[in-house]
Design a protein around this ligand. Structure first.
Ligand code: 13P
Length: 250
């Protein structure tokens, strides 16, 4: 059966109190066993949510939104993979477009971050996606290829057993302009093709590719009908328990 992974990326939202209140609401719902629910809160809420999740026996994965590319050292304000894993993070979002564009993360840096996540046995959730200009210029395929090869080129398929990729077109993030299911599916096929060229078809079949960018509950049915869409990465609509639950229950 096709995996359905629903990931909340809370970005720089929610205090510990607010994060806990959200999880309390999640505990009241029957989480469908056919869907995987993941939450990436701010660093300060990771251990709090992981502790609470264990106590409530909720099958939700708690993860992080970023990780530093070094394993330790004099990097004021940064956080290491070991520290995230120690706090209870099971996955880490790497190469989100906000990190690439606002904090100028390069593909080389992203590759190192993936290595750090893998060293600590955390699932790397690699984000890729083109800007509006790049799509208009017809270079989407090339951009996705650069990003996939840049981030994953030095790994073997054995290293990347837990890899998850998210296609997040920059023009769809936080804009309300969601990609049509056809546009998303086409991009997911491009990503799968690159992965297949690098690591073979058989391995590629096992790599979930999620869609992210203005996802709402109403868009879920049609997105999830696409063969190569294995879930979603949700920003704004993951902040309130009721809208996030509607997305899970699509
Ligand atoms: P929105 O759902 O708010 O568009 O954000 C998408 C995103 O960036 C998730 O990582």
């Amino acid at each position: 059966m096709k995996r359905a992974i629903i990931v909340a990326n809370w970005k720089m939202h929610k205090t510990q109190l607010e994060a806990k209140a959200f999880l309390e609401e999640m505990a009241k719902m029957d989480l469908p066993s056919t869907k995987e629910v993941w939450i990436a809160p701010s660093y300060t809420s990771i251990s709090v949510l992981e502790e609470m999740r264990k106590n409530l026996n909720l099958s939700i994965l708690i993860g992080a939104q970023n990780v530093n590319e070094h394993n330790l050292g004099a990097f004021t304000g940064e956080i290491s993979a070991a520290q995230l894993s120690d706090a209870g993070a099971k996955f880490v979002i790497i190469g989100h477009s906000e990190r690439r564009h606002i904090y100028l993360e390069s593909d080389a840096m992203i590759e190192k971050k993936i290595a750090q996540a893998l060293n600590e046995s955390m699932i790397p959730l690699l984000c890729v996606g083109e800007t509006e200009d790049q799509r208009a210029q017809g270079v989407t395929k090339k951009i996705l290829s650069f990003q996939i090869r840049g981030a994953l080129g030095s790994f073997s398929k054995e290293d990347l057993q837990s890899l998850v990729v998210a296609y997040e077109p920059v023009w769809a993030i936080g804009t309300g302009k969601i990609a049509t299911p056809e546009i998303a599916e086409e991009a997911h096929q491009m990503i799968k093709k690159d992965l297949a060229n690098m690591f073979g078809e058989e391995f590629t079949e096992t790599v979930p590719v999620l869609y992210g960018g203005s996802v709402k509950a109403e868009s879920m049915q049609n997105l999830m009908k696409q063969r190569n869409i294995n879930g979603v990465l949700v920003g704004g609509a993951s902040l309130a328990p009721d809208t996030f639950q509607k997305i899970i229950n699509y």
